[in-house]
Design a protein. Structure first.
Length: 488
């Protein structure tokens, strides 16, 4: 188990002396010291990924409308665009080419529906800006006052010919995001935006920033797929707060920036130019949350090694300008023979002792960070295995394919839960339900059930805490969100 006397050294003057319960309130006071009575931070939900995994080479001429909820009372909104993408080795790298952006803000009515009234956004006085590879671009501020809970829509126009451009968000046409959509050509300022019958990839600002009237700094989340909220399939009904424990805990009250990358390790974050855009965004938020460890441990790193990497990341973020940095523990990692229905049929990962040692070290040294989110505690059954949830439904398939099961039911009823086959050639195979229509159930593609399910095969629905032994489900994220230590 790593200790302070090992390779990982934390000096006393790096430890916060203010009780954690007072950190965020005092941070707000500190950030307003400029004299205006306000400070700038992230205020909007539903931003695009700062480092998207999808960067298309081709031609595009589309406008994307994205919904954002402004969580803090604020003025002087700004919008950020990133010239980074996720590399093939799961870390931040520069886009291969620049891309032009034009955008406007569309106001919403009291019900949150778009009104067609837009405010043009400028970049250093110009209507368009070309985002260079590796660059973080901020718009000019607009003098718009937003009470907490205000809904706005960004209308972002991309025009690119045979060059790389990022797709950093999903355009939804359901739930609270039903008014998102796309338009052909440049309809940023005005023109028709239409929805689609399925989610679409698109582009929007990677951060919505503003001068905040209260004491609630926004949050920048840096980490892996757990930080991204992979597995929280029901988040689209979360009023735009976002997915994972960030969306379930802090984001209903705070704006945020999503700087996590699925598959990344703390080691990769510390390599090359991996911090170029994300460190800037973290500094603009003022508060950062670190969620690394599970991929480092799976890659063979020792607890001492991962601990040293977490310390280095914390120091980098503080040097970049973050006033507060938080840390999260690493949740369980197991395999199962019964879809995580029981603890007894789970097998601990071979590196479980390393995970336990790292979590113990984080808890013992929690004073090095301004706050600790111990997400392992509400997910762990006390033996290192995932907590288990019971059966909430059963059904009989009418047909089947690898990623789709025919079934007549209520749309969305079981989205985000785990389906386990209980008869037929796919008996005991399982996957998470990604969506449910009146006539079928769609499953996580990379966990699709094969052999193909046939008509008459039976299944059960489980309220499991995980669907793959690594990532929580919505059930798990809801409980880790409750543990998020953010005073009001």
């Amino acid at each position: 188990m790593p200790t302070q006397s090992d390779a990982v050294t934390i000096t006393q003057n790096e430890r916060p002396t203010i009780p954690q319960a007072d950190i965020i309130r005092r941070l707000g006071d500190e950030m307003r010291m400029a004299g205006s009575g306000q400070f700038r931070t992230a205020v909007g939900t539903n931003p695009g990924l700062a480092v998207p995994s999808v960067a298309i080479v081709g031609t595009v001429s589309r406008t994307y409308r994205k919904r954002h909820v402004i969580r803090q009372e604020c003025v002087m909104l700004q919008f950020a665009f990133s010239g980074s993408k996720r590399s093939g080795s799961f870390t931040e790298t520069n886009l291969a080419t620049s891309y032009p952006v034009k955008m406007a803000v569309e106001l919403a009515d009291v019900a949150g529906a778009p009104t067609g009234v837009t405010i043009p956004i400028y970049f250093n006085g110009a209507r368009t800006v070309t985002v260079q590879p590796g660059q973080l671009v901020l718009s000019d501020p607009i003098g718009l006052y937003c009470p907490a809970g205000t809904v706005i829509y960004t209308r972002t126009f991309l025009a690119q010919t045979a060059a790389e451009y990022p797709q950093n968000c999903t355009i939804w046409q359901s739930g609270s995001n039903a008014n998102e959509g796309t338009g052909t050509g440049d309809v940023a300022d005005s023109g028709t935006i239409t929805g689609a019958t399925f989610p679409d990839t698109g582009h929007c600002p990677c951060a919505v920033l503003a001068s905040v009237c209260g004491q609630a700094p926004g949050i920048c989340v840096i980490g892996d797929s757990i930080a991204s909220g992979i597995g929280d399939q029901r988040y689209t009904n979360n009023d735009g707060a976002g997915q994972g424990y960030l969306g379930r805990g802090a984001a209903p009250y705070r704006g945020y920036v999503m700087c996590s990358i699925s598959g990344e390790t703390a080691s990769l974050f510390l390599s090359g130019n991996a911090v170029s855009v994300r460190a800037q965004l973290a500094a603009l938020c003022g508060v950062a949350m670190i969620q690394f460890g599970t991929n480092d441990i799976a890659g063979g790193a020792s607890a001492d090694t991962v601990a040293a990497r977490l310390i280095s990341i914390t120091r980098i973020l503080r040097a970049a300008g973050c006033r507060a940095v938080g840390i999260a523990t690493v949740p369980p990692r197991t395999t199962t023979t019964d879809a995580f229905k029981t603890a007894g049929n789970q097998t601990l990962d071979a590196n479980e002792s390393v995970r336990l040692a790292l979590n113990r070290w984080i808890r013992q040294n929690a004073g090095f960070w301004e706050y600790l989110n111990d997400i392992d505690a509400p997910l762990n059954d006390g033996t290192g295995r995932w907590k288990t949830g019971g059966q909430i439904g059963t059904g009989t398939s009418t047909s089947g394919a690898v990623n789709l099961i025919g079934f007549s039911g209520t749309p969305g009823q079981w989205t985000g839960y785990v389906l386990r086959m209980t008869s037929g050639p796919a008996n005991n195979l399982f996957a998470m339900i990604t969506s449910q229509t009146a006539s079928g159930i769609a499953l996580v593609p990379n966990l699709g059930i094969s052999p193909t399910v046939g008509g008459g095969d039976t299944f059960e629905i489980l309220d499991a805490y995980t669907f793959d032994g690594v990532h929580p489900t919505t059930r798990g994220y809801l409980e880790t969100g409750i543990s998020f230590p953010w005073p009001e």
